[in-house]
Design a protein around this ligand. Structure first.
Ligand code: CAA
Length: 276
């Protein structure tokens, strides 16, 4: 991960136990140019490889307990796919662009730690889609969400047709995608797209860091297991989903963390998890 710091369009920093990934193209409102997608793909691929093996750190070693995704500045999280670049793309190039970004979103979902979108301004098109690939979304008061693709003669390309319906339900998702209407942070909160709204970018990042802290105090194996289970059941029938959950519940009983957690409760002490 330390080798992954020489990107040009994204910044990778630490904030408490969280890795903060900042899309950093403020002059284009952090639009997801192909270089940004390539760098996000490289970084998230490294994280997928690295994170499962850091659950038993050496004393004093920094461990990534969560990822926060945000954008540079106070105006935009990510203003979408890069419209300037897209205007020169063939249909085949456009599909490859979308598929690369799909891989980024699937990598974020595959991480064994929480991934929080800290939406600090415009999250339009691909920006809204990047936020929805995170486990949950916090926003600043000036955030704005939308899938304006139909106004460009396009359709959502980075996962919006799938994930917006899952996040807010079929009716609201279809209205938003067919009208291209932009919504405020307050409306996004009301429809369940956003969990909490904060005054500004700094307060937003602090809250996301605090939530990563809270999650870091839980059993790491259980957090990873819960996330993987929720990913796996998302597209299944209730009966199939319950089968997946039963297997995950059984697997939790094979971890040292589960014994530590139960023993601590029964002896009225606070648990100190091993991550195994
Ligand atoms: N791609 C490329 N450049 C963009 C961009 C984008 N998505 N969004 C903004 N920019 C650029 C602008 O071209 C402008 O650059 P110049 O100064 O060189 O002209 C700069 O960022 C600042 O933007 P504006 O001057 O437009 O700022 P504003 O405050 O007037 O408006 C905005 C802000 C409402 C967000 C407006 O920029 C906007 O509508 N952006 C496009 C939003 C959009 O349609 N996103 C969806 C893209 S399609 C998509 O994402 C497909 C998919 O699903 C994968």
């Amino acid at each position: 991960l330390d080798a992954a710091t020489d990107y040009e369009t994204i910044l990778v920093t630490r904030y408490g136990p969280a890795l903060v990934v900042t899309v950093n193209r403020p002059r284009a409102l952090n639009a997801l140019a192909q270089q940004v997608v390539a760098e996000l793909l490289d970084l998230t691929g490294r994280l997928v490889e690295a994170l499962p093996s850091v659950d038993a750190p050496a004393a004093g070693e920094w461990v990534c307990r969560g990822v926060i995704v945000t954008g540079t500045g106070e105006k935009a999280f990510v203003a979408g796919a890069d419209i300037r670049e897209m205007s020169g793309m063939t249909p085949e190039q456009a599909e490859a662009y979308a598929r690369d970004m799909h891989r980024v979103t699937l990598n974020l979902e595959a991480l064994p730690v929480p991934v929080i979108a800290a939406v600090n301004g415009f999250a339009l098109g691909g920006g809204c889609e990047l936020a929805m690939a995170c486990d949950f979304i916090y926003a600043s008061e000036n955030a704005a969400f939308g899938q304006p693709e139909v106004s460009l003669g396009l359709v959502p390309g980075f996962g919006g047709s799938v994930r917006l319906q899952q996040r807010v339900g079929v009716g609201i998702a279809r209205e938003l995608i067919m009208t291209g209407r932009r919504i405020t942070a307050a409306e996004a909160h009301r429809i369940g797209l956003v969990n909490q709204v904060f005054a500004d970018h700094a307060a937003l990042l602090d809250a996301a860091r605090d939530t990563v802290d809270t999650i870091a105090a839980q059993a790491p194996t259980a957090v990873a297991n819960a996330k993987a289970t929720m990913n796996a059941v998302a597209h299944r029938s209730v009966a199939d989903g319950l089968d997946v959950e039963a297997a995950a519940f059984r697997a939790a009983f094979t971890t040292e963390d589960s014994r530590i957690g139960r023993d601590a409760f029964l002896s009225k002490e606070s648990a100190s998890f091993s991550g195994r």
